[in-house]
Design a protein around this ligand. Structure first.
Ligand code: WTA
Length: 651
């Protein structure tokens, strides 16, 4: 059952209410509460009317084919998301409107109009074709947050080559696993990317990853850091981006894709050590991201919208690139860290580009809270008219801080719940309709049927906790796990027949609002990023000093959760502060910085059930100091034994 922190009771008695202002309601893209009932009564018709707003080479014959747990949307329809994000906007005033406003960490910047972006996407798509890339080939992108990343995505989509984007913070080994899982043939990377003044050696990491990737034939490298590049190019395999696009035609017709053709794979952590390749297809994903941008972010022609995520995560896919561009919006993209060169960098960007909509993670808000109000105060944030959050539960204090310091106590906040698997936002306020309350993602988007159920699948009443599930298909849902359809069925559709299991715990309040409590499986949410306990554990036992390891998520003031590990060393190896550092670094090298444990407890024994399952709940109790009082970095074996006894008695 969901671990319900004691403070949830306090959350549910939250009484602050923030209705949208009349001024906001009057101008909102949607302000009629009847949309919920209408969508509910005919959800296929609801989604169909969204699809009709977009461009299709051929219209669908049927909206939905639902053979649980396999869904197909807009069957027989032919479309291309790159066409919808670019070509559709080339006539009229949008042609010369800013599509991407990009700022590099060192302070360089560039603006791509829709016409510019279209031209660069076509040139690069032709470049990919010249390398032999064909429809269906999987292309891995391991890039910094630079415009070429968006260009590469749209180019892949244009020619029907699914992209698999690997976050630039992942290690060479993580990159290698992801390339091999989908048998990628081309990798697109850069000579480096800027982060906190330093350089992430993406090309060197790629070279290391490619030592074990038999399918990769070509590597395209964007020149980003230039003289500071310390790596090299491999003859016959590597080609500079600028050389590849040189002389390429600026015309590249968009491939008519079947609505159910794969658009991309995105790896995410699940409950096993092996990340799973979430597969999204073309038509449904396009409709879901388009619709939610228009209604949740109330996107208007004149908006300057900034989502601070990295495109390496799903939020960047759906809400920096595809959703906003499908709407013809101006999307801001920033390369670097929020505190470089100073802690006001985000607010400087908002002021500089007069951003009207800002979408970020609670972790970033909590970091800013800690840094102090003086940073946003240095800037004119009066352009802001709507704020959003995503990725983890937001505590009311952070919500209120965001509202006051960034939203000037006047703008709506949309707390949006969704997942890599859902493709687009599913539980969220609609800013022109919903009266929000700090800490709640409020209600399912129209057409979405979310419920909170108990172990048996029965809906729980107000005030009760349970599992968050989705009871009918939605267009942007994942279609499968790449290469592992059984895992798709087992992971999401086996706990309750024909019902999607989200892996999140939630509570419903008296008003029918949803309060998301966090993961109920072995997934840790670190700063809004998913890490599986098993991944961390495999990385630890990979070290030759380690006999056994267990990892859990521990509450963290800023990151939401941090990784904590319990490690048993091999016979004859002594615990030491140095060993702790070595193991932390080992996890970082194996997976990436986000998985590095904050703390490692050495223990002679790990508490296990009789069947040998690690009792993570018990370890969480120890780590949070709930049972032991003050924790030390050395968990006393006798205490572990005692707790284990106690736990078994409870069972
Ligand atoms: C969590 C990110 C509370 C949740 C888009 C989910 C949230 C996981 C919220 C998905 C929110 C996301 N409130 N929790 N508004 N949004 N989550 O796949 O646990 O990286 O299952 O997708 O993040 O993470 P993912």
């Amino acid at each position: 059952m969901a671990e319900i922190s004691p403070s949830i009771e306090a959350l549910l008695s939250e009484e602050r209410r923030f209705p949208p202002s009349q001024e906001f309601i009057d101008q909102a893209n949607v302000n009629d509460p009847a949309v919920y009932e209408r969508a509910d009564a005919d959800y296929e018709g609801f989604w169909e009317s969204w699809a009709e707003e977009l461009h299709w080479f051929e219209k669908w014959d049927r909206v939905l084919q639902w053979d649980p747990p396999f869904a197909q949307w807009f069957i027989g329809g032919k479309t291309n998301i790159s066409y919808n994000c670019l070509d559709r906007h080339l006539t009229g005033a949008r042609r010369n409107k800013a599509a991407i406003v990009w700022e590099g960490e060192p302070g360089d910047w560039q603006v791509y109009t829709y016409a510019d972006l279209h031209r660069e996407v076509c040139r690069f798509a032709n470049g990919l074709k010249s390398l032999g890339v064909k429809k269906g080939d999987r292309i891995t992108l391991y890039m910094p947050m630079i415009p070429e990343l968006a260009i590469a995505m749209l180019a892949c989509a244009r020619i029907g080559a699914p992209h698999s984007i690997v976050f630039g913070g992942f290690s060479p080994e993580s990159l290698r696993d992801r390339i091999n899982d989908c048998e990628g043939t081309v990798v697109i990377t850069a000579d480096g990317g800027y982060r906190r003044g330093g350089i992430i050696p993406l090309k060197q990491n790629t070279d290391e990853a490619l030592e074990g990737t038999p399918t990769v034939e070509k590597v395209v490298v964007v020149q980003r850091v230039g003289d500071k590049f310390e790596g090299s190019m491999k003859e016959g395999r590597d080609i500079w981006w600028h050389d590849l696009v040189e002389g390429q035609s600026r015309v590249c017709p968009a491939e008519p894709m079947d609505s159910e053709d794969m658009l991309f794979i995105l790896y995410t952590s699940g409950t096993t050590g092996k990340p799973k390749g979430v597969v999204h297809t073309t038509g449904g994903y396009m409709v879901g991201t388009y619709a939610t941008v228009k209604w949740v972010f109330d996107m208007k022609e004149e908006d300057v919208y900034w989502c601070t995520a990295d495109i390496g995560w799903v939020t960047g896919h759906s809400y920096i690139v595809y959703g906003p561009l499908a709407n013809g919006a101006t999307s801001v993209m920033y390369e670097g860290a929020p505190d470089y060169p100073d802690r006001d960098r985000f607010w400087d960007i908002v002021e500089k580009y007069r951003a009207t909509i800002v979408y970020t993670a609670p972790t970033a808000i909590r970091a800013c809270m800690r840094w102090g109000e003086e940073h946003p105060k240095k800037h004119d944030l009066s352009s802001v008219r709507l704020l959003g959050t995503v990725g983890e539960p937001i505590n009311p204090e952070a919500w209120m801080w965001y509202r006051k310091n960034i939203g000037g106590d006047r703008v709506p906040i949309v707390d949006t719940w969704w997942q890599t698997e859902t493709g687009s936002i599913l539980i969220t306020p609609l800013p022109g309709i919903t009266t929000t309350t700090p800490g709640s993602a409020t209600k399912p988007f129209p057409g979405i049927q979310a419920e909170i159920v108990d172990e048996k699948g029965a809906p729980v009443g107000p005030g009760q906790g349970g599992y968050l599930v989705l009871k009918r298909p939605w267009p942007s849902m994942l279609r499968t796990i790449y290469g592992d359809p059984d895992r798709y069925v087992e992971q999401y559709w086996s706990r309750y027949p024909n019902i999607y299991f989200t892996g999140d715990g939630a509570k419903m309040d008296e008003n029918g609002f949803f309060w998301i409590l966090g993961r109920v499986d072995d997934v840790i949410n670190v700063a809004g990023h998913r890490i599986s306990t098993m991944e961390v554990e495999s990385a630890l036992v990979d070290h030759n000093a380690v006999a056994e390891a267990a990892s859990i998520g521990k509450s963290h003031e800023v990151k939401g959760q941090g990784v904590v590990a319990f490690v048993t060393l091999k016979e004859g190896i002594d615990t030491s502060a140095e060993m702790e550092q070595v193991l932390k670094q080992h996890v970082r090298t194996k997976i990436g910085a986000i998985a590095r444990p904050d703390e490692i407890y050495f223990t002679a024994d790990l508490p296990k059930t009789r069947s040998g399952k690690i009792m993570r709940r018990l370890l969480r109790d120890i780590a949070e100091g709930r049972v032991l009082g003050d924790t030390t970095t050395l968990a006393d074996p006798a205490v572990v034994e005692m707790l284990k006894q106690q736990y078994e008695d409870e069972e």
